[in-house]
Design a protein around this ligand. Structure first.
Ligand code: SF4
Ligand code: SF4
Length: 212
């Protein structure tokens, strides 16, 4: 069973009804306005850490006649749409976004995936049904995990101190990847490698290679 996008463009419109696009800082620059979301407050350095950025748009300006004008370089969250959860990282069921007009087909595929007990077989079904969209979702999930893991490491090193009760936007806002660099947690070359791995879905490919 294969997912076929009808190219209706619905997922690029009316973000006012949903959470919008969650972007990495290098992706947010494709848009005129964006704000940090979600954030954490670092009380050691009195700064807000932006884990992601959200574009202030309702209808994506990059959509032209139902086609994305930046299709090859579109944000990872767009590459992963309409998938929400692979079930591989979080342990929850596979799930998809209700905002996709191919809902009926997605429901059938989801049923097939979630009724399969064997993880490798689930992976094969997801690969077959979604191809690179599945890889993009996996990359997104692995990157989210990576961000939280590195924040913990930075905290252990005493570089930051997260205040769990205070997720406020302060005057000082720093992107989480910039923070890793500025604190010396990672080098410039390492950051380049991390971003390259994310953009080219390398972490997702490596993860699957080890699994299967
Ligand atoms: S960047 Fe492209 S794929 Fe993403 S919402 Fe905009 S038009 Fe759609
Ligand atoms: S809403 Fe679904 S079917 Fe329509 S363009 Fe987006 S992914 Fe494709």
């Amino acid at each position: 069973m294969k997912f076929v996008c009808s190219e209706c463009g619905d997922c690029c419109r009316d973000f006012g009804h949903g959470p919008g696009l969650n972007l990495f800082y290098w992706e947010a620059k494709m848009f005129e306005e964006y704000y940090p979301f979600p954030v954490l407050y670092d009380k050691k350095n009195k700064q807000t850490i932006a884990l992601f950025w959200n574009s202030r748009i309702n209808n994506c300006p990059l959509l032209n006649k139902n086609k994305c004008i930046k299709y090859e370089d579109r944000p990872l969250v767009c590459k992963a749409f309409p998938l929400l959860n692979s079930g591989l990282i979080s342990g929850k069921d596979f799930s998809f976004s209700l905002g996709c007009s191919q809902e009926k087909l997605l429901e059938k595929i989801a049923k097939k995936i979630n009724s399969e007990k064997d993880e490798n077989k689930r992976i094969e079904i997801m690969k077959e049904a979604f191809d690179d969209t599945f890889l993009a979702l996996l990359q997104l999930e692995l990157t989210r995990n990576f961000i939280y893991r590195e924040l913990e490491k930075m905290e252990d090193k005493g570089l930051i101190k997260i205040d769990d009760s205070l997720n406020k936007i302060s005057e000082n806002i720093v992107d989480v990847f910039d923070l890793m660099l500025k604190t010396g947690h990672i080098s410039k070359d390492k950051l380049k490698e991390i971003i390259d791995n994310i953009q080219n879905l390398k972490d997702a490919r490596n993860y699957l290679n080890k699994k299967t």
